[in-house]
Design a protein around this ligand. Structure first.
Ligand code: TTP
Length: 718
């Protein structure tokens, strides 16, 4: 597409709003304590040193010169009347749940009007294109009896005042008729946003500010321009004027190294400065994608869609240990990790209970320095592994991740500093996060889909230092994340680097990825609940509630178990599978509603269960052993079956699955298998399974190329 047309079409008819809560933590505290309203107020971190650090400053306090970077004592000096409110504390660290919940209240109101993306604890994007189109078609601004007062307070960038009052000018802008359609749509969007902001105020008592533009980037820039409780509109014609003088560092994603490089290498310090470079030149300097992205943002082009997401993409719990609080022993790290994991796990369970979502990846981030090498720029490597539900498991895995990171960190540093002793390190920040969160689907799923998934495990999540866990989630769910690899014993711990390489190198082997994800989630959910039930606290919680979803899940699993009495191998009995099945059954006790159900479970105790069979393959069920799999190892094991197949002494996943399936299958009697299960398989596979059940006939039934192994093998799906 020609470049000018690209700019024109990208700005087209989309109407995007960015809503930003004003001084959010302060507003939440003021709602809790209405006497604080109208007073200069700030929210401080709980630490007592010099009155604590300010993390949110109310607008009344800002007038006195109080800033976020100040300590409480400093703020008192510039504003003696300031009210300092402590952030709630739990487990020795800030407890943000009250703010998170308040954010959710606002999101639920905003989501009524259009596609809504929760961008942070207090920020939301709304795609109002459809609502604006409808308004323009049915009741355009010029046909309205009046324009709301709130809308008339809008700031319209580039509007010429011509000596008339601002309000009149804005009114004229709303009512103009012979203008470009995109401006009319923007006017409709602004009227809608003004209404929404009033709804938020009436229902929650919170004020918010908004930016209304043709894309996310411009809307976000605009929302911060006039605060608090105001809205700013960016007509297409004013985009260039807005961007030209804008300092490069103010642009999202240009605040870091890239922004610094633009200044150092190209001498560019404003967005407008980028306009002098051709797209080719920018590509030459920064690569194809970044070059094009820079060329686009200089012209206000941003094709990023508003995602439909009301819930967070990840959960995290972290704490900083500045100055003398830095942690210097593994014991102290473990103590804090346990606290952080408890908070994280509470939120995971809450998400599971309220939203039926489970997380798949656990990531540990830390910041550290070497005691005798303060200048070392080497960052503590972030590590991730599959997330196992159960508080003890998360705590154990986090510590393993930390130890893996520490080994790498200290060895790198030690190599640089001759004679340095081990363990001369200090941790200044720790956080654990859970990402790759998926909704547990309702409905049933064929065993076929689960088998598809059994050969698969998540690729290492490669998260470059500094990238948020939200990005980790998106990387891991990017669609290239599936590969066939062996389930090695112990959690796979992955270094969070080289994500681009991973995505490029890892073969995407299955075209049914979405279904698999969904199916895996469903089965994971069963295992998750098995683990949850082991925890007395949560058992009580769930049984008290008699959660209908959970009961349905249990019935569903029960149905599957009955249907799929495939596994009776003694190997599985001794493994984790049997442990899980047992605890699953034990723990189901309290929620079984009918005598019938109880009898069914009693009968099933000690009987074969599909869970045992599956468990021997399940990626989240590794033995309790610290197995560190570095990126290189994972790459080797997963960058194609060829590598595995080719290496002597290691069997391919397919051949392992084949062996396992066979060794189990030979033990089954055909009359033990519900024909419904076989009927779910494709005809040629049904034939082969039946042949396995009746070995003497097997040789004649399997067509070449239609084997079950072929069916489940990656090449069959690629
Ligand atoms: P911001 O949106 O950055 O700021 P704000 O809402 O306080 O004020 P404004 O009206 O200017 O947008 O942050 C949202 C909340 O996040 C803030 O109220 C407190 C919290 N926060 C921190 O805890 N630490 C921080 O470093 C920042 C920047 C914010």
């Amino acid at each position: 597409m020609p470049r000018v047309a690209r700019a024109e079409s990208s700005s087209g008819s989309r109407v995007i709003a960015h809503i930003d809560m004003d001084c959010f933590y302060v507003q939440v505290e003021q709602r809790k304590q209405p006497t604080l309203r109208g007073h200069p107020t700030a929210v401080v971190q709980y630490n007592s040193w010099k009155g604590g650090g300010l993390i949110a400053v109310g607008y009344e306090a800002r007038k006195y010169g109080v800033k976020r970077s100040m300590r409480g004592d400093e703020a008192k000096k510039v504003c003696p009347d300031i009210q300092l409110v402590q952030v709630p504390v739990a487990r020795g660290k800030a407890d943000l749940s009250v703010y998170r919940n308040a954010g959710s209240e606002v999101v639920s109101i905003l989501a009524r009007r259009g596609r809504c993306e929760r961008a942070s604890i207090d920020e939301v994007y709304l795609d109002l294109s459809e609502a604006a189109e409808t308004m323009l078609a049915e009741s355009p601004p010029e046909r309205l009896e009046s324009i709301s007062e709130e809308a008339l307070k809008s700031h319209v960038l580039g509007l010429h005042m011509d000596g008339v009052s601002t309000k009149d000018c804005v009114k004229e802008w709303f009512l103009m008729s012979n203008v470009h359609r995109r401006d009319k749509l923007l006017a409709c969007g602004a009227l809608i946003v003004a209404e929404i902001r009033l709804e938020v105020l009436n229902e929650t008592e919170f004020t918010c500010s908004a930016g209304i533009a043709h894309n996310k980037m411009l809307a976000k820039l605009a929302s911060g321009m006039n605060k608090p409780a105001q809205q700013t509109i960016v007509p297409f014609s004013s985009v260039e004027k807005l961007l030209e003088p804008l300092p490069i560092k103010k642009m999202k994603q240009l605040g870091g190294k890239l922004g610094t490089s633009l200044l150092a290498d190209l001498g560019v310090d404003t967005v407008g400065g980028l306009l002098q470079f051709s797209e080719e030149k920018l590509q030459e300097c920064y690569g194809i994608n970044t070059g094009t992205w820079l060329w686009n943002i200089a012209r206000g082009i941003c094709g990023e869609e508003v995602e439909s997401r009301l819930l967070p993409k990840s959960h995290g719990s972290g704490k900083t240990f500045p100055g003398r609080q830095a942690l210097k022993t593994v014991y102290s790290v473990q103590k804090w990790l346990n606290e952080l994991c408890e908070e994280l796990y509470e939120r995971l369970l809450c998400d599971l209970e309220q939203n039926k979502r489970i997380a798949h990846t656990l990531t540990l981030h830390a910041s550290a320095y070497k005691l005798n090498d303060m200048e070392s720029l080497k960052k503590f490597p972030s590590k991730s592994c599959p997330l196992r539900y159960g508080i003890a498991k998360i705590q154990e895995d986090s510590l393993n991740l930390f130890n893996a990171g520490l080994r790498e960190f200290t060895s790198i540093c030690s190599a640089k500093i001759k004679g340095s002793k081990q363990h001369e390190w200090a941790i200044t920040g720790l956080s654990v996060s859970a990402s790759k969160i998926v909704v547990i689907p309702s409905g049933t799923h064929s065993i076929m889909k689960y088998f598809h998934n059994q050969g698969q495990t998540c690729i290492p999540i490669k998260e470059p230092d500094g990238i948020s866990t939200q990005n980790a989630a998106s990387l891991s769910s990017s669609g290239n994340g599936c590969c066939v690899s062996l389930h090695l014993p112990g959690p796979e711990i992955n270094t969070c680097e080289n994500e681009a390489k991973t995505n490029l190198d890892m073969p995407c082997l299955n075209p049914y990825e979405d279904e698999i994800e969904v199916c895996k989630a469903r089965f994971d959910f069963m295992f998750v609940n098995v683990l949850i039930y082991k925890d007395a606290f949560h058992m009580e919680k769930f049984t008290d509630n008699q959660d209908p979803f959970l009961s349905r899940m249990i019935q569903e699993e029960d149905r599957l178990t009955e249907k799929l009495l495939l596994s009776s191998s003694s190997g599985a009995e001794n493994g984790l599978g049997s442990k899980l099945t047992q605890s699953h059954m034990d723990s189901h006790g309290p929620v079984l509603k009918s005598e019938n159900q109880k009898r069914k479970f009693d009968k099933q105790k000690g009987t074969p269960s599909i869970l045992r069979f599956f468990q021997s393959h399940n990626s989240s069920s590794f033995p309790e052993q610290d197995h560190v799999s570095t990126f290189q190892e994972n790459e080797a094991s997963s960058s194609g079956l060829q590598a595995i197949n080719g290496s002597p002494g290691r069997k391919s996943t397919c051949s392992l699955v084949e062996d396992e399936f066979r060794s189990n299958a030979w033990n089954y009697k055909s009359d033990e298998i519900d024909p419904v299960v076989l009927n779910e398989l494709p005809p040629e596979i049904q034939a082969e399974v039946r042949a396995w059940l009746q070995p003497q006939k097997r040789a004649n039934t399997v067509k070449k190329g239609s084997s079950i192994i072929h069916y489940f093998s990656p090449t069959a799906n690629s």
